[in-house]
Design a protein. Structure first.
Length: 378
């Protein structure tokens, strides 16, 4: 790295703590300020992590900030990233980047005109487990990938999230909120999608909050909460995606990839690490010994859960390194916009009752092996 990029955060919600805590692990980025439309929220987070607290306008005008991380709610992602670009700063957004292709294409034009980079989470596919899965696929361990299944299903977020309202509005739901992790990893493993077909339903139009401090209140549901889709890739592979917040319990694996010589069982792509299992044609299953990948090392503890690997900010660090190196970021605008195309097309297909062709495409992100991953870290 030839310089250290000053980073500011717009949005002081739950996820901001992870960025502020984990960014110091990476080369080339330094968290310097945080802003929020609620000044007290920015102040509390700033005091917790020793950065400056500013208003959104002050942050965008701050000459010490080179990159702004957009952690606002999904419906504000487009206009916030647009404002970041307008301020002449690089932008890195939490998922989803935008809620429509038109918004995404507008950001692409604005970024090109301003000479800035736009990147977007998720970056979990850069984790050790998923990059090892990528290596196994690339070396032909399961032969040619022909199909797969993905399932992200639970009984929703209103039982634990303190403010779950936006999860049940257009722009969220299980496809646009959790789907990005799955779609990004599928693009990483298989490549771009050609077309999709889907069915969707909304079993409950109101959901009761059972978390504090709003226990007993109700959330209005205005987006589908159960979706079953099939993705056809340009490679010819077909993958089933089940996404639901209406399932009390199930036994489906998070992600399985089936090839002409065997199958690969992957951990939850919402996380950087986890266990891989390889199954041969004869039915024998064997755990894959984890390789020595720095983004798979357990480093994060969360109350009530076993410790796990968490390297949020990896995509941000890769983006600034890519700017320095003159290469395409792994969490690039092209890849992200294609994922938005896939997810919004799934919802369109369910609404229209017909298959929907993608209007975008992308290249698979470059693999991030152990050596390349180590180069991102201090």
């Amino acid at each position: 790295m030839t310089k250290t990029y000053g980073v500011g955060i717009l949005g002081a919600g739950n996820i901001s703590a992870a960025y502020l805590k984990l960014a110091p692990l990476f080369k080339g980025i330094e968290m310097r300020a945080i802003a929020d439309i609620v000044p007290d929220a920015a102040r509390v987070r700033a005091e917790e992590f020793g950065v400056g607290a500013q208003t959104p306008d002050e942050l965008l005008a701050n000459p010490d900030i080179d990159v702004v991380v957009n952690l606002t709610i999904p419906e504000a992602h487009y206009r916030t990233t647009r404002d970041i670009i307008g301020a002449g700063k690089h932008a890195y957004s939490e998922k989803p980047l935008v809620l429509s292709l038109d918004e995404g294409e507008d950001l692409r034009r604005r970024a090109a005109a301003a000479g800035v980079e736009v990147g977007c989470a998720p970056d979990t596919f850069l984790g050790g487990a998923h990059q090892q899965a990528r290596a196994l696929v690339d070396e032909g361990a399961i032969g040619e990938v022909v199909s797969g299944t993905c399932h992200v299903m639970s009984y929703g977020l209103e039982h634990w999230h303190p403010n779950p309202d936006f999860f049940f509005k257009p722009g969220a739901g299980p496809v646009l909120d959790i789907g990005p992790y799955y779609v990004a990893n599928l693009i990483n493993l298989i490549g771009p999608v050609r077309r999709v077909t889907a069915f969707a339903s909304t079993p409950h139009d109101r959901r009761e909050i059972t978390s504090e401090p709003r226990r007993g209140e109700f959330v209005e549901v205005t987006t589908p909460t159960t979706i079953h889709a099939v993705l056809e890739f340009h490679s010819g592979a077909l993958v089933t995606l089940g996404a639901s917040w209406d399932v009390e319990a199930h036994q489906h694996a998070n992600m399985e990839i089936y090839g002409t010589k065997g199958s690969l069982y992957l951990p939850d792509p919402n996380f950087f690490g986890g266990d891989l299992v390889l199954a041969r044609r004869d039915g024998v299953r064997e755990a894959v010994a984890p390789w020595n990948h720095p983004l798979g090392v357990v480093n994060w503890a969360h109350p009530g859960d076993p410790p796990y690997a968490n390297y949020r900010s990896a995509g941000l660090a890769d983006m600034v390194q890519a700017i320095d190196d003159g290469r395409r970021p792994r969490c690039s605008l092209d890849t992200t916009l294609h994922a938005v195309d896939v997810m919004t097309s799934i919802l369109k297909s369910a609404e229209r009752g017909e298959a929907v062709e993608m209007t975008t495409t992308c290249e698979r992100p470059d693999a991030l092996g152990p050596v390349e991953a180590q180069a991102l870290l201090k």
